[in-house]
Design a binder for this molecule. Structure first.
Ligand code: DC
Length: 223
């Protein structure tokens, strides 16, 4: 199977890039952040977990089943039989998924699912540690980034018409904190794989970024 990995900073546009590339080359796409988010939903649902600590995350992992399936190109995440897809993007779940994702047993469980997926399908897998930890032998690896200001501006534009939208400065500060957490955690920190192609989209439009990545893919693998 052909595996393409896309890791990168928060707000770098990696999810959109992964989806668009996969569509163009007829591959499946796996959003791995959504799986951590599914576990965060299950953690919340459990109700008895008063705080996020090693013991509680381990308990959750030990007693949980997880399943990913696709319907009309939408990735669904089902944990313990509950389909959490419509809750994955809630702010509370963003915060909780960031807290539970560093714990090793959870990372192991998600890694297993990711590797199974990559063995079954030609796919684009998007996340933080895909090229470094999950699929170190992937055929093509991208590390996507853009300057903090550009990423914050893109985020700000998405939020600005919503009720209680954060200011640009708040979005920028939040982004800096997330970068710091992703890059400095002891397990599976966000960093480019040695053989990753760095894509800095600060001065590129989405179509330009897609075209560039497509040309790299066509150079490296037969599709
Ligand atoms: O990409 P995202 O925002 O949907 O990811 C949700 C959380 O999961 C985020 O805090 C980072 C974490 N994550 C991770 O640790 N490893 C991945 N491969 C993907 C996401």
């Amino acid at each position: 199977m052909i595996n393409i990995t896309i890791d990168g900073h928060v707000g770098s546009g990696k999810s959109t890039l992964a989806k668009e590339l996969a569509k163009k080359i007829g591959f499946k796409v796996l959003d791995t952040g959504a799986i951590y988010r599914g576990f965060a939903c299950a953690f919340k649902e459990e109700g008895n977990f008063k705080e996020v600590n090693e013991e509680n995350v381990n308990l959750l992992v030990k007693n949980s089943t997880v399943e990913v399936f696709f319907e009309d190109e939408l990735q669904h995440v089902v944990v313990n039989g509950i389909d959490y897809t419509s809750h994955l993007r809630e702010e509370e779940i963003s915060v909780l998924s960031a807290k539970i994702s560093p714990f090793p047993p959870l990372r192991e469980k998600v890694k297993y699912l990711q590797r199974n997926f990559a063995q079954k399908y030609n796919c684009v897998v998007e996340g933080r540690d895909i090229g470094t930890v999950v699929l170190p032998n992937a055929d093509v690896k991208f590390f996507v980034t853009a300057s903090e200001e550009v990423r914050a501006k893109r985020r700000f534009e998405q939020y600005k018409d919503k009720k209680d939208a954060p200011s640009f400065q708040e979005v920028l500060q939040d982004l800096k904190e997330r970068d710091y957490r992703d890059e400095h955690r002891p397990i599976a920190p966000l960093k480019p794989a040695k053989d990753a192609i760095i894509v800095d989209s600060s001065n590129m439009t989405l179509p330009q970024t897609i075209d560039y990545c497509l040309s790299v893919i066509k150079d490296k693998v037969k599709i």
